[in-house]
Write a protein that binds this ligand. Structure first.
Ligand code: RTP
Ligand code: MG
Length: 145
């Protein structure tokens, strides 16, 4: 199958809880099974600078500190994913922020739960717009990716 229009990209992160629980392959499998294409993939220990830039919109919120701490608690797998309307499509695959309220059939709804912690540990991140995807791609893959 070929794309009819210029493809969009989104930035996906398998968060430390997903990596720790051995769900990286399952997340990537769902992305590929949906028909999207992996065009970049790396495992990293996120730096404080990367997390401050990535979560700048949440600075000052009560969950910001616990979020940065959680995202620093182990390696993450960062993927650049391509396809027509992939930003919206991956958000739909991921489910809503709270795993408890996420629909079955979604990554968070099928594989996540609330652990009673200070921050939602919800397995994956997906960019919320094409603009966010471009900004986040530079943070995790560097300029020119
Ligand atoms: P993401 O950015 O990770 O794809 O998730 P999202 O858009 O659904 O959620 P967002 O509002 O952008 O929040 C970023 C991440 O912060 C954690 N969070 N915990 N009250 C809480 O416990 C809470 N609120 C947000 C989650 O890990 C969320 O994905
Ligand atoms: Mg978000």
């Amino acid at each position: 199958m070929t794309e009819q229009t210029s493809p969009e990209r989104t930035l996906v992160i398998v968060k430390p809880d997903g990596v720790r629980r051995g769900l990286t392959g399952e997340v990537l499998r769902r992305i590929e099974a949906k028909g999207y294409v992996l065009v970049g993939l790396r495992m990293v220990e996120a730096t404080q600078e990367q997390l401050a830039a990535h979560y700048a919109e949440h600075e000052g919120k009560p969950f910001y500190g616990p979020l940065v701490e959680f995202m620093s608690s182990g390696p993450v797998v960062v993927a650049l994913v391509e396809g027509h309307r992939v930003v919206e499509g991956f958000r739909s695959l991921a489910g809503s922020t709270e795993p408890t309220a996420s629909a079955p059939g979604t990554i968070r709804g099928d594989l996540g739960r609330d652990w009673g912690l200070k921050v939602q540990q919800n397995i994956v991140h997906g960019s919320d717009s094409a603009e966010s995807a471009a900004r986040e791609t530079e943070i995790w893959f560097g300029a020119g990716a």
